[in-house]
Write a protein that binds this ligand. Structure first.
Ligand SMILES: Nc1nc2c(ncn2[C@@H]2O[C@H](COP(=O)(O)OP(=O)(O)OP(=O)(O)O)[C@@H](O)[C@H]2O)c(=O)[nH]1
Ligand SMILES: [Mg+2]
Length: 362
C-alpha cells in the first residue's frame, strides 16, 4: 500500500509558508506526484485556502484553532484527503503563531499509528523578522513573540531561510551562519520561494522516504506562548462587492489594503500579516503585507473590470480586535465609495486566539 508522506510546514506569520507550498506543489506535480494541502487558522474564511484552490489543488482546512488544539479534526481531514485523492504528499500549514509541533502533532501522529510517513518538520523564516532577533534591535513586537519565533526555529528539522531574493549575498551568509550556530540540529537551506530558488534542495530532504529525525519535544513555557498569541488581534472578513458598471478589482483591493496599513501604522499597531483576496468567476487577485514598514504587494492581479466579486480579508496585527474591525470596515467602505461599488459584508470574526490547549502532548 502506498504510504502518503505528511509534510508539516510551519513558521511565523507571513514567512512564506503558503508560497513555499505552492511552489513545492508545482515541482512535485511536474514529477508526477499527487499532492493535497491542509490549511489551518484560528478563524474561518481563509485567503490561503481560496488562493491554493485556484491552483486546482485539493485543499481541506482546519479552522477555529490550530492543528494541535484540534488534533482530531486534523486527523479527520488527513483521512478524508487520503481517501478522496490518494495523494503521495500532504502538505500541511499550521497557523503561523503556533509552535510545539513536535510534541503535539509529530509525536502523536507517529505513536497513534496513523498511516503516514512523517517528513522532517520544515520551518520557514522571514529574513526581516530574523534580523530583528539577530541584531536585538528594537522590535515592534514584545519579547513573548520573539520567544515564540525562537521556539518555532528550535524544533525545526529543516529551516528554510526564505525571501533570499531580497538580501545581498553577504546578508544571506550572515543569516545562514547565525541559524546554523543557534540551531545546530537543523538543516538550514536558503531559498526564495517566489523565485523558485533552492527548493530542489528542500525537496530532496523531504522526499526521502525515511521517518523524521525525531527531535525532542520543546522545553516551552505555555504561559509565555499564550501571551505571545494573545498579543495579536485577528480579523477575518468576507463580503460581496457589486458594481453595475464594473469596477477595477485590483485597485479596490489595493486601496483597501493601503488604508488598513496606514491606519495601523498611525496607531503604531505593527502588522504580522495582512492578506486580501478577491475573486470573480475564474479571475482573482491576491495581495499581502507583512509589516507596516513593508509595501503592499500583489501576488497576483485580476487585471479586469468586473461587476461582482467576493472579497476575503485576513489580518493579524498587534491591535485590539475591535480596532481591527473598525479600521477594516472603514477602509472597505472608502474603497467602495471611490469605486462606486456596494459592499455587503457576509461574515466578520475579530478576536484574540485562546490559550493553546493541545489535545495530545508527548
Ligand atoms: N520577496 C519574496 N517574497 C516572498 C517570498 N516568499 C513569499 N513571499 C511573500 O511574502 C508574503 C507572505 O507569503 P505567504 O506565503 O502568504 O506567507 P505565510 O507564511 O503563508 O503567511 P500566513 O499564512 O499568514 O502565516 C507574500 O506577499 C509573498 O509573496 C520570497 O521568496 N521572496
Ligand atoms: Mg499561509
Amino acid at each position: 500500500m502506498k504510504m502518503t508522506k505528511l509534510v508539516i510546514i510551519g513558521g511565523f506569520l507571513g514567512a512564506g509558508k503558503t508560497t513555499c507550498i505552492l511552489e513545492l506543489t508545482k515541482m512535485l506535480r511536474s514529477d508526477g506526484k499527487k499532492v493535497g494541502v491542509i490549511t489551518n487558522d484560528q478563524g474561518s474564511s481563509l485567503v490561503d485556502t481560496e488562493y491554493l484552490k485556484q491552483q486546482d489543488l485539493p485543499v481541506l482546512e482546519v479552522t477555529g484553532g490550530c492543528f494541535c488544539c484540534n488534533f482530531s479534526e486534523f486527523a479527520e481531514r488527513l483521512s478524508q484527503m487520503t481517501e478522496q485523492h490518494l495523494p503521495d504528499f500532504i502538505l500541511a500549514e499550521p497557523v503561523g503563531s503556533c509552535t510545539d509541533l513536535v510534541a503535539t502533532i509529530m509525536k502523536p501522529m507517529a505513536m497513534l499509528n496513523y498511516n503516514f510517513t512523517m517528513s522532517p518538520l520544515s520551518v520557514v523564516v522571514d529574513p526581516l523578522r530574523l534580523w530583528k532577533v539577530m541584531s536585538e534591535s528594537e522590535s515592534p513586537f514584545p519579547d513573548e513573540i520573539n520567544y515564540l519565533f525562537r521556539k518555532q526555529l528550535e524544533e525545526a528539522d529543516i529551516i528554510l531561510l526564505n525571501k533570499t531574493d531580497t538580501l545581498l549575498p553577504a546578508e544571506t551568509e550572515d543569516m545562514l551562519s547565525f541559524l546554523q550556530h543557534e540551531y545546530p540540529g537543523a538543516d538550514v537551506i536558503p531559498v526564495s520561494a517566489k523565485k523558485r530558488k533552492g527548493l530542489e534542495v528542500w525537496l530532496s530532504k523531504i522526499a526521502e522516504y525515511k521517518p523524521a529525525t525525531g527531535k525532542p519535544s520543546l522545553d516551552i513555557e505555555y504561559d509565555i506562548y499564550a501571551r505571545a498569541e494573545a498579543f495579536l488581534g485577528w480579523l477575518n472578513l468576507t463580503a460581496a462587492v457589486n458594481c453595475k458598471d464594473g469596477f477595477n478589482a485590483d485597485s479596490f483591493l489595493e486601496q483597501t489594503a493601503e488604508a488598513v496599513k496606514a491606519a495601523l501604522a498611525e496607531n503604531q499597531n505593527e502588522i504580522a500579516h495582512l492578506k486580501m483576496y478577491i475573486v470573480s468567476r475564474d479571475k482573482y487577485a491576491r495581495l499581502s503585507c507583512v509589516s507596516t514598514h513593508d509595501d503592499v504587494k500583489f501576488d497576483r492581479k485580476m487585471s479586469a473590470c468586473v461587476n461582482e466579486a467576493s472579497l476575503v480579508i485576513n489580518i493579524r496585527a498587534a491591535a485590539e480586535p475591535e480596532l481591527l474591525h473598525q479600521i477594516t470596515e472603514k477602509a472597505v467602505g472608502a474603497a467602495a465609495q471611490a469605486h462606486d461599488c456596494t459592499v455587503t459584508v457576509r461574515e466578520v470574526e475579530a478576536f484574540k486566539p485562546a490559550y493553546p490547549r493541545p489535545l495530545h502532548r508527548i
